[in-house]
Ligand binder design. Structure first.
Ligand SMILES: [Cu+2]
Length: 663
């Protein structure tokens, strides 16, 4: 399900490599975590529910969890921190969501069929693609590469009982020594799901279409070009935890990349990418029977960018140098329609046509001190420039900030270092980091953004300073042939911590709202993130695995931060014999002792759920068929996790079946 590997970031081949193979031939460079995404032709795939969502796959990482506002488009958290504090990229490309309510994180615009793996780097080790506090997730595209495999393909279909979800997908690949092309389509359609013990969760339906293609042409042994497109469209997506739904969430993500293997032996690879993406997000409340006032809230986001990355080795050094730049434009509107037709409609720019221009350089070096000790450094420097391109939007914000300019420039530093000890059985590491980030578009320039968690309208603050983080991390791991254990801990002292605080002088835009919060900066907040994973293989075919996660987050007054994970433990027993595979899983969380009433949070009770999965693979000549069936939340427990927005209950018992046929 998950391979935690010590992985050099210097991937020498563009082919889809098995993460284990990569790890074995690379020196310790940084401590990345790699989640392999299921694939009909991947030897690991029968460990997963083959047609699970990308969120399910990423949840295998102890560093990643999700805020859930319904059944669709969960918001990824890295090390217990929400999207403003992390950088999520697709093959290094920056994409900004177009929703002021965080309904459309980057992960919602891809499908598992588009991806081969996700690389997660925590803290400052994750700053390669942009300034970050929590770390980065890079989702890597799936591609056959120049393998000379000829034609290959697969079709897959799945059914899930809890929301009558129907899943269908197909993929076709062609590869020769000089050309490859991968095309895939995926469709998901789900009705409302049922919570544990029965009870329909209204507005939890969704429909998603995804189409992607990637193609490469190699004109000599050292140079090639790749082009990639992803088109993703979700329609009629319900968000039971929010007062609005989504009529349309649409993304086009395109790129061209040039690869070169330099003649010099000291340079391993040079790659340069140009990319563009455009996102349209149409939110509405037409399906909701009683809302105090009807509103339309569309949003648009467009990003153009490039990067160039050079990797090399020199004596005992492995290094990586990159430049990247992007420009994003974010615009969102709100129109309110009063019930009384004599009253005027009210129009606001909730994101006042905000431009974000970022340009950064990043360098990374790892140096092998001795057989067993490696030191690594990263340093990133960025220039971040915001501008408000709409005069009406600027004037609206100037009501609160009369002195504000229409633009602001910031400089961002992200740097870290670590020492790693590794012998045949043990790996230990300690690291330090310092990072800065700019406020997000909402934090800086949002205008009356309603948050249904604490029922406050939020107003951005363009005058905030950069948020800064000092981090300490350590890990220790042991592995032999049958047994492995790994423990990670990371502590973040975040100064000028950005958070919304009530302003009693301001009145909300709508009835039934508690008030208005304005983003401001706490002197500091602290986060402590811990996880441990254990795996033991026994009796020829059995594997027992367990992982536990515990986090703590406090502000400068020692008050709890919101959405912090209580102790959560997952235990899995697996059995594999030839082509048969079975798995039983227990997930349990303690009562949430540390929660934040100030942010509308209440105590989440403890829960335990059981899952079961079976799979069998058949080979018929060159063809392969995988049948997979399972049940999630077997005892139909009614529960929600700490990260379920407004305590929306998780799905009840779900029986599913997946069939994958590959040729
Ligand atoms: Cu939205």
């Amino acid at each position: 399900m998950k391979k935690i590997q010590i992985l050099g970031i210097l991937l020498l081949s563009i082919n889809v490599l098995n993460a284990q193979e990569v790890a074995q031939d690379s020196i310790v460079h940084k401590l990345s975590e790699v989640v392999l995404v299921g694939n009909a032709t991947n030897k690991h795939h029968n460990e997963n529910k083959s047609l699970a969502t990308i969120e399910d796959y990423l949840s295998a990482s102890p560093s990643v969890d999700f805020i859930k506002r319904g059944a669709y488009a969960w918001e990824p958290m890295v090390q217990g921190m929400a999207t403003e504090r992390s950088v999520v990229t697709i093959d290094g490309m920056r994409i900004y969501g177009a929703c002021t309510d965080k309904m459309d994180p980057i992960t919602s615009y891809v499908e598992i069929s588009n991806l081969s793996k996700a690389t997660i780097n925590i803290g400052q080790q994750g700053a390669e693609n942009g300034a970050t506090i929590a770390g980065g997730i890079d989702l890597e595209r799936r591609k056959t590469g120049f393998r000379n495999n000829g034609w290959k393909g697969s079709v897959q279909t799945g059914l899930e009982s809890v929301n009558e979800q129907k899943i269908a997908g197909a993929a076709l690949q062609y590869s020769s020594n000089t050309f490859f092309s991968d095309v895939d389509v995926m469709y998901r359609n789900a009705e409302n799901y049922s919570a544990g013990g029965g009870g329909e969760v209204l507005y939890s339906q969704f429909t998603k279409y995804n189409l992607s293609a990637i193609t490469g042409y190699k004109w000599n042994d050292r140079q090639w070009l790749e082009a990639s497109v992803i088109y993703d469209e979700a329609r009629d997506v319900g968000y039971p935890a929010l007062p609005m739904d989504v009529l349309l969430a649409q993304a086009f993500i395109g790129s061209m990349e040039y690869f070169a293997l330099p003649e010099s032996e000291k340079l391993t690879q040079w790659k340069t990418k140009l990319y563009y993406n455009t996102i349209t997000h149409i939110m509405d409340d037409t399906q909701r029977p009683d809302v105090p006032i009807r509103m339309d809230m569309p949003g648009w986001s467009k990003t153009i960018g490039m990067y160039s990355k050079l990797n090399g080795t020199h004596n005992k050094h492995r290094w990586n140098l990159s430049v990247n730049t992007h420009y994003n434009n974010s615009l969102a509107e709100m129109t309110m329609f009063p019930e009384n037709p004599d009253e005027n409609e009210m129009f606001m720019l909730t994101w006042p046509d905000v431009g974000t221009l970022y340009a950064g350089v990043f360098a990374e070096d790892s140096f092998k001190l001795s057989e067993k000790f490696t030191v690594g450094f990263t340093v990133g420097l960025g220039v971040h420039h915001n501008s408000i391109n709409d005069i009406f939007g600027l004037q609206s914000l100037q009501i609160f900030y009369p002195e504000m300019d229409d633009s602001k420039t910031r400089f961002l530093l992200n740097t870290g270092g670590r020492v790693v000890f590794q012998n045949n059985f043990w790996t230990h590491s300690i690291g330090l980091g310092y990072g800065e980030r700019a406020p997000s578009v909402s934090e800086g320039y949002g205008f009356y953004l309603f948050n249904s968690f604490d029922a406050f309208d939020y107003i951005g603050n363009p005058e905030m300073m950069n948020e800064k983080s000092l981090e300490f991390n350590a890990s220790t791991g042991f592995h032999n042939k049958a047994f492995s254990v790994k423990f990670n801990t990371a502590f973040y002292h975040i100064s000028d911590y950005i958070i919304g605080k009530p302003d009693p002088d301001l009145s909300p835009m709508n009835i039934g709202i508690n008030g208005v919060k304005v983003y401001e900066q706490l002197p500091y907040a602290q986060l402590w993130s811990n996880d441990i994973s254990v795996s033991y293989e026994f009796l020829n075919g059995f594997t027992a695995k367990a992982k536990a996660i515990y986090r703590l987050g406090r502000d400068h007054n020692n008050e709890n931060l919101p959405l912090i994970q209580p102790l959560t433990v997952e235990t899995v027993l697996r059995y594999r014999k030839n082509l048969f595979y079975a798995e039983a899983l227990v997930e349990t969380a303690t009562k949430q002792y540390d929660f934040s009433p100030e942010f509308g949070e209440n105590q989440t009770p403890a829960y335990t759920i059981f899952n079961l999965a079976l799979s069998q693979t058949f080979y018929i000549n060159q063809q392969k068929m995988v049948l997979k069936a399972g049940a999630e939340n077997l005892l139909d427990e009614n529960y929600s996790t700490y990260a379920d927005w407004n305590n929306i209950p998780r799905p009840g018992r779900n029986v599913y079946a997946n069939v994958v046929y590959a040729f």
